[in-house]
Design a protein. Structure first.
Length: 182
């Protein structure tokens, strides 16, 4: 009986092609790596002022999209860092869009209270899920003028609290600078 089990295992390994490459575990960063080069999916939402908003309004722009919601502590924590990017790159015609599933009135009140400088667009949770470009909150997606995703990272932070986040932020910013100069 043992020999039959052994032969079945060997036979199935041969037929399926044994894994020789190291396993690449799926996590937030591997998800983000797979987004690079893909088109920003179509979407439609409502700004916090009640104006309809769609992907078409972003055409031929460099865009930084931040996925957030008010009850997300890491989302709120990174807002001062995101505002630094606005201050530095708004003059370069970069669009800064914040996508949330929060109610637009609640999001508007939050923006006034915190001074969040991104243009806030409200979508439903299901609409955000269907975009399939954020993988947790916060998520930050950099889009080139051609509508393709250039880089995606979870958090933005220029401080040394978490070295890996700072490193990813600096890489993200370098890609942004490169997109601006092209």
């Amino acid at each position: 009986m043992k020999i039959y089990i052994f032969l079945i295992l060997v036979f199935s390994a041969v037929l399926s092609g044994a894994q020789t490459a190291p396993v690449k575990w799926a996590n937030q960063e591997t998800f983000f790596e797979e987004l690079i080069g893909k088109n920003l999916p179509d979407f439609k939402g409502i700004t916090i002022t009640g104006k309809p908003f769609s992907k078409q309004e972003l055409e031929n722009n460099i865009v930084l999209i931040n996925f957030w919601f008010e009850e997300c502590p890491p989302c709120v924590k990174e807002i001062p860092e995101l505002n630094k990017l606005v201050k530095e790159y708004k003059k370069d015609d970069v669009r800064f869009i914040a996508i949330t599933y929060d109610d637009r009135k609640k999001a508007r009140k939050f923006q006034k209270k915190t001074g969040y400088k991104y243009e806030i667009v409200c979508l439903t949770k299901d609409e955000i899920r269907k975009l399939n470009i954020n993988h947790g909150y916060p998520s930050n997606i950099l889009i080139g003028k051609d509508g393709k995703i250039l880089k995606a990272v979870s958090s933005i932070a220029f401080d040394d609290e978490i070295a890996s986040v700072k490193t990813q932020t600096l890489i993200f910013e370098e890609i942004l600078k490169s997109a601006i100069s092209n």
